[in-house]
Every structure is written in structure tokens, then in C-alpha cells.
Write a protein that binds this ligand. Sequence first.
Ligand code: COI
Length: 356
Amino acid sequence: MQEIKVHLTAAPKEKPQKGAKLGFGKIFTDHMYLMEYSPEKGWHDPRIEPYHAISLEPSAMVFHYGQEMFEGMKAYRTEDGRVLLFRPDKNIARANNSNRRLCIPEIPEDDFLAGLKKLVEVDQDWIPTDPGTSLYIRPFVIATDPFLGVRPSDTYLFIIILSPSGAYYESGLDPVKIWIEDDYVRAVRGGIGEAKTGGNYVASLKAQMKAHDEGYSQVLWLDGVERKYIEEVGAMNIFFKINGKVVTPMLNGSILPGVTRASCIDLCKSWGMDVEERRISVDELVEAAKSGALEECWGSGTAAVISPVGHLRFEDTVMQIGNGGIGPVSQKLYDTVTGIQTGKLEDTLGWTVQVK
Ligand code: COI
């Protein structure tokens, strides 16, 4: 593992007050972690610097062909003063899966984890402690070769930034309304849907705007081939409770393998629930809603945590889930996941990693 150089800021910024409305991803801490890649040196020069703007050539390849990977994680301060990360090994493994798909050199896992821990330790006083808040962590890699031909870049920059944040959706834990999109698609089999990269998110914007105009906050994507099977929401994976069983789309190469998704599956199974990872057609969903078999629906994601879904709309059919409020499984998952993350519940599964 490489030694991390630390250069602390001489001008710390003012931190948000306790109780301040943080929003999501709007405020950034005093420091950032950086590391560069070149074919000669590999990943090198890991360092912490004061948070600053970066300078890139206008010809840097990331601007032209979108060769970039990002991740999302969170750090929490426990009541007894410890700082916890949630399953960082899973995010680091996923980052390198994305890197492989995007022809970005893999980041040594120990350098990634050490950089993450050191940065969170340096900026630990920025971790908010109000209910529903956390320190959101955004690691990302960009291609930096100054070149306009289409090929993988030779050089890269890896950065981690931190953002004290509240709930991802302004509605907090209140149920969201979701639009099932049958015109635009997010990803296709064999494409980059299972990689965490900006291209998947820009692909979602047009439909998101359409959904917003109709009064829906998020888009639920169908598969890009048959436009028939449920995939994911983009900012989160999706779960249903149908006839007493927890059902979620199976990973098929075009769905992001969410860390919170995997945690929901493990928790529901540990509570003795039947969990099915399989194809779910939108027709099955509409039928289940009509017959009353669709008991609950929620999304899962690092930023969103557990987000209950109150309404789904497909074409002209509006489906209210249960009474449109927060279902019992969603509430139990939210309480358990956030309880483990914040150290309020015992971590019997070994999911948390202590920074300090
Ligand atoms: C996350 O959940 O961390 C994500 O990266 C999703 C993003 C849309 C905020």
C-alpha cells in the first residue's frame, strides 16, 4: 500500500450548523483525495489536499467520450463518537467491476480503502448527526489524455470528495410517485447498465423530465429489448411485495448491482421472508396491483437508503400501493439499515467498518 501525503487546508470553511437543511450533494468538505494513473507508474501519488477546482485540458478524453466511473457511499457518526462506513468492500469491488467494463485500470483495493478512511478521518468533523443525515462519499475516476480519437485513455485521475447531506429525495421517507417508462430506455443487455458511470444517468434525464412534468418524481425503467420487464429506477433498485413474497428484478447485466439491494435481500431472508430475484413483467405488476396482490413497493440505494413507493403509473394505469403510505417491510428495512449504519443497532452481520 502506498503512503498517503496529507496537505491540510490553512483556511477551513464554515461547517453547516446542527439542524441546518443540508439537501443532497450541495455542500463540500475541506479536503479531497487524489491519485493519478499513468502506464509507467500505475496508480500513484495518493494524497489529500484542500478541496479545490481541478484544471484539465479541453481535449481531456472524459469530456468527449464519457470514460468515467463513480461510486456512492456514506459515513456516519455513532452516538458514542465512532465513525462508520457501510460495506465499503462492496463498493470498492463494484468500482473495479465498472472500471473493467469501461476500460479504466483497476484501483488497488487497499489504496482505495486507505484513501477513503484517511479522507473521512481528516474531515470527520463534517459528519452531520441530525436524523436522516450522513456524510455522502463520492469517489470517481476520469480519463485525462488530451486526445480526440476514440480509444481508452492512457492516463486517469481518481478523486474522492465528501458532502454532508440529508435525504436524497426532498420528501424524505414519505412515499415517492414513480413513472414506468415505456418509450425511452436506460440500458440494453451487453451495454453499460451494470457499470456506475455518468452515461447511464444522462440517458435517464429526458424521461425524468417527462415524469416530472406529469407529477412523478422518478422513472422506473423497463428492459431495453422487449420493453416489458422491470429493471431499476436509476437512482435506486426496486423491490415489490407480491402475495407475501419479496420480489426484485434479477441482475441481468443492465441493472446496477446495488449494495443496499444486496443488504435488503440478506435482511429479508434473515427475517424468514421468501425473496425472489427474477424477471417481473410490467403486465404482472399491473395485474398484481389490480387484484390487490401488490402489497408494497420500495426503492433501495446508497443515497436513497430505503424509499417507499406510494404510486406507480404505467401508461394510463395509476396504481396506488397499499394505502399509499409507508409499508411495514419498507419501514423495518429503513430502521434496520440505518440502525446498523449509525451504530444504533448491533452489527451482527459485520457490515460496518470503523474509521475512528
Ligand atoms: C447513490 O445512491 O449513491 C448514487 O450514486 C445514485 C445517485 C443518483 C445519487
